[in-house]
Design a protein around this ligand. Structure first.
Ligand SMILES: [Zn+2]
Length: 346
């Protein structure tokens, strides 16, 4: 029984490796790799064939052929032949696995953090619908409209396979650690969190993860949170609703409000403050009305600072103990929220 199980597991591992190898060979064609290693060649008659001196054995007359369309080599001198992996094994005296690791590094695109975060966000988005506990959590936070969930690119980090997925795309463990996607043990840092991508100028600059277990804290990646959430979509609006949390943003979005942004906390960074002040507009401050009054104090301080920069402000007063998210979760609707906006005081 045990032997059968091990065999099945081995086969699964092998097919995963095959898939990685195919992707890698597509990313780094054999001919490109040889040219990077200063192999010089001339066309050998047919369009996709090239011939040059063999890098694997000493010779003076070229007998090393590369078929670029088949992505294979063969040497008539030493009789060696195969694909990119085989060539690396022979030329660098590495095992298959070592060659694979070496080529992954060689073929890694120059690290563009936004591109890696884009791939991570897409991965999380694909996972969301596979995990009922994540959808259940979203429903519990008042979010169930599939179109809104898709528009906001909300995803879920199940905790498994992010590392394998991103390293198969050619990203090094070191890079994923540096971006904060993996913890020191190599596991997904957003484990069991619902994830929102935060964009600036249409590039993802950070990710926000809200744990679906009450015990675990929410988190961002290390580094800047960027400016106001989805600012590009509202910067031309004469009136803007400002909320402090992404779940506040999401329920308002779902209710049809579009002139909406989020500061990801009550204290704005310098970039976010500049954005709000970059033209004449009215800002509807919609911070939490929490029991200790801290949300409203922050709201008042921000209103004064904005007014000093010529920005009109209105403070939206939710029922006591509420934030926009809980207002909608407990039955509030778009019409009622619209009335609160209309009643907001300078
Ligand atoms: Zn040879």
């Amino acid at each position: 029984m045990l032997a059968v199980f091990s065999y099945a597991r081995l086969r699964r591992q092998n097919s995963a490796v095959d898939e990685d190898v195919e992707k890698l060979k597509q990313r780094l064609p054999l001919l490109d790799y040889l040219r990077q290693q200063n192999w010089t060649a001339r066309p050998a008659g047919h369009g996709s064939e090239f011939v040059g001196l063999c890098p694997l054995h000493p010779e003076t007359r070229p007998s090393f052929y590369v078929n670029a369309s088949k992505n294979l080599f063969y040497c008539h001198g030493c009789g060696q032949g195969g694909d990119l992996l085989r060539f690396v094994q022979l030329s660098r005296h590495l095992s298959f696995r070592q060659s694979l690791a070496y080529l992954r590094q060689q073929s890694a695109p120059p690290a563009d953090p936004a591109a890696v975060l884009e791939q991570a966000a897409t991965f999380y988005q694909q996972q969301l619908h596979r995990y009922p506990e994540a959808l259940h959590y979203l429903k519990h936070r008042g979010l169930e409209d599939p179109a809104s969930i898709k528009e906001l690119r909300i995803g879920y980090a199940p905790g498994a396979s992010l590392r394998r997925h991103l390293t198969a795309q050619g990203h090094s463990f070191h890079l994923l650690r540096r971006l904060g996607l993996l913890n020191p043990q190599g596991c997904d840092a957003f484990y069991r969190r619902v994830v929102f991508p935060c964009c600036q100028a249409r590039r993802i600059v950070n990710l926000y993860g809200r744990s679906i277990d009450a015990a675990c804290a929410h988190r961002f990646l290390p580094g800047s949170k960027g400016g106001l959430y989805a600012w590009e979509q509202v910067r031309q609006c004469p009136e803007v609703i400002l909320v402090e949390g992404l779940f506040d943003y999401a329920v308002l979005w779902q209710a049809g409000f579009r002139h909406l942004t989020c500061s990801l906390g009550t204290s704005l960074n310098a970039c976010q403050f500049r954005q709000l002040c970059d033209r004449r507009r009215t800002v509807y401050l919609t911070f939490d009305v929490d029991a200790n009054g801290s949300g409203q104090q922050a709201s008042q301080r921000l209103a004064h600072r904005l007014q000093a920069h010529g920005i009109a402000t209105r403070r939206v007063l939710l029922p006591k103990g509420h934030d926009p998210n809980s207002f909608f979760v407990e039955g509030g609707d778009a019409r009622q929220f619209q009335s609160l906006l209309e009643a907001a005081q300078p």
